[in-house]
Ligand binder design. Structure first.
Ligand code: SAM
Ligand code: SF4
Length: 327
């Protein structure tokens, strides 16, 4: 019998984003203040054993796909061990990673060998100086080298996420789009979400995805195409004639995808969040540590999952940075 988790609006919830740390080796303009955030104490973090125990229970209730995220997940030591533990859980069909890519050249092989299926690399510029300005760290990181390392390790598909910011990196839309001619990569342009009290980016920096597609079309006609992996994400995909890869747009600001939302999040300190924004969360860590049955807690949380996120209702004051909620 197929077990499914259904929320109060009839949406099937099968995708869990797991944050393994709130810390990061970057300080991206739109995500973290330069001085960092108030980090979680070590004892608050879920251990790899606890994450695996919680996921095993939720897999029995219908979860099928996982994404490891953060903060920057690759700064948590021995991440491949967590991947290997999650891989052992029956019914988990897909394990993906979101990373800024800095550590992929050294970690991609171990992660793939442990059972990681695929990777999303966040890269907001192909120009080293500009990348350092946006991430406020100079780590000698080349996203192309990271993507090639992921590809060589067998991680498939490789997606590259670009947060487009007017006047900051929007002049590189065409450069990123051009990569898809020769590489079977999926370049996804994300609309900036001006959340988390960031000082350096505002609504004025948001570039609507329709404009992104129009500007990428300078290279040739773009035709709509199928998603590289069905089911998980809210991106719309396009392809240039004869191109190896695709272009995607993720549009949290200009088009809502809440109606088909299939996901929940587990924060690094073990809170299950049913919506990216707002305070819809329950403490699974304490329930798990106390030996409680997670099923009624999970079902109650799904019963309260909101129809759409508060960004759409423009209630954005005081919203937390994505690094804190496992964006
Ligand atoms: N550190 C990893 C990374 O950068 O991929 C994983 C965590 S990061 C919070 C996940 C994704 O959220 C990244 O693709 C990042 O670009 C995106 N993100 C963070 N803050 C955002 C914002 N304000 N608007 C749009 N995307 C954002
Ligand atoms: Fe770190 Fe990712 Fe946030 Fe950038 S977007 S500061 S890499 S967590």
């Amino acid at each position: 019998m197929t077990v499914r988790a259904i929320d109060q609006f009839g949406r099937t919830i099968e995708y869990l984003r797991i944050s393994v740390t709130d810390k990061c080796n970057f300080r991206c303009l739109y995500c973290m203040p330069a001085e960092g955030l108030q980090w979680l104490p070590r004892s608050d973090l879920l251990s790899y054993e606890e994450i695996t125990g919680i996921v095993a229970r939720l897999a029995g209730l219908g979860l099928r796909r996982l994404r490891i995220t953060g903060g920057e997940p690759t700064i948590r030591p021995q991440l491949h061990k967590l991947i290997a533990m999650l891989r052992q859980i029956p019914r988990i069909e897909d394990i993906a990673l979101s990373t800024n890519g800095v550590s992929l050249p050294s970690l991609a092989n171990d992660l793939a060998a442990a059972g990681l299926d695929r990777v999303n690399i966040s890269a907001d510029s192909l120009q080293p100086e500009r990348l350092a300005r946006i991430s406020r760290r100079k780590l000698d990181f080349d996203p192309i080298v990271s993507a090639l390392a992921a590809e060589r390790a067998g991680l498939d598909p490789v997606k590259i996420n670009v947060v487009v910011m007017r006047g900051i990196n929007d002049d590189e839309i065409v450069d990123f789009a051009r990569l898809t001619f020769d590489h079977a990569w999926h370049i996804r342009f994300i609309e900036l979400m001006p959340v988390g009290g960031m000082r350096d980016v505002t609504w004025e920096h948001v570039v609507p995805s329709d404009e992104v597609i129009e500007r990428a079309s300078m290279l040739g006609a773009l035709s709509p195409c199928d998603a590289p992996v069905q089911g998980n994400g809210p991106a719309a995909y396009y392809r240039f004639a004869g191109a190896e890869g695709t272009i995607g747009v993720i549009t949290p600001m200009s088009h809502t995808y809440c109606a088909t939302c299939n996901r929940v999040r587990l924060t690094a300190d073990g809170r299950l969040r049913t919506c990216l924004f707002g305070d819809h969360e329950v403490n699974l860590r304490d329930a798990y540590r106390g030996g409680e049955d997670l099923e009624p807690i999970f079902r109650q949380a799904l019963a309260a999952k909101p129809l759409e996120h508060e960004l759409l209702q423009m209630k954005i004051g005081g919203l937390r940075a994505l690094s804190q909620v496992g964006g």
